[in-house]
Ligand binder design. Sequence first.
Ligand SMILES: [Zn+2]
Length: 291
Amino acid sequence: MKWTRKTSKNFEDRRGRSRGGKAIVGGGLIGIIALALTIFGGETGQTVGTILNQVNQQSQNSSSAQTTQTRNLSEQEKKLGQFCEAVFVYNNETWEQIFRNSNSSYKKPKMVLFDDQVQTACGSASASTGPFYCPADFTVYMDLRFFEELHKRFGAKRGDFAIAYVIAHEIGHHVQNITGINRKIAQAQRGKSKAQANKLSVAQELQADFYAGIWANQNKNLLEFGDIEEAISAAKAVGDDAIQKRTAGYVRPESFTHGTSKQRKEWFLKGYQTGNLSLGAIEKIYSSIPY
Ligand SMILES: [Zn+2]
């Protein structure tokens, strides 16, 4: 991606700072599995939950001996932080314009990079939580070590645009928050079966992918050869079916909360190729889900 330095007062890089708690070292397995529960969804099958508990326990045991640490960021880490900040600003610029075009105003989110532990209005998150958006404090939280896991364990291509796609997806959740889609989905989920509630969650996640595509469409001038491939590769790597096959060895569509690799790729591409927001109405996405 062709980017230039952009700064925002809503962006905060807390990496390398420990808040006096235990320092949890390494991203390892917990990174990707816990991530499956946030960016990929809360319920990817009991097997995953069981593994998560086991691994979390191991991680707590092994980290209890660690002392509090602060460290200096490497040049590469600093550069990566600046990249994330620029992508955050590009996203806000795009959505500000889109909201202005429909005579409404866009309330900017916040973004926090962390690599230890972070307190949010949605509860505390550890380094293993991975990227997520907390609707209660309008903030995107990201642990960048996630992307190494995405590459190593799930075969996503390495590249800056894989990261840009995830940031755009999380900002997509912010857009859903301020347009009321979050509330609408939560209301619709009330009193529904687990499978029906999950299907609504899939529609919400696919819309965030679609919004990421809309952002890419509006920023074609920043794209380099291979960028869209990187985004697609990341979108496919985080498909529920890909995660379940990898972690549980089988696939249960009724437990999907984020959509299959194919669906995630398709909705990202639909946003990217058309740039037409109305094609990504939540009802349209919901009715496209074939089960
Ligand atoms: Zn999401």
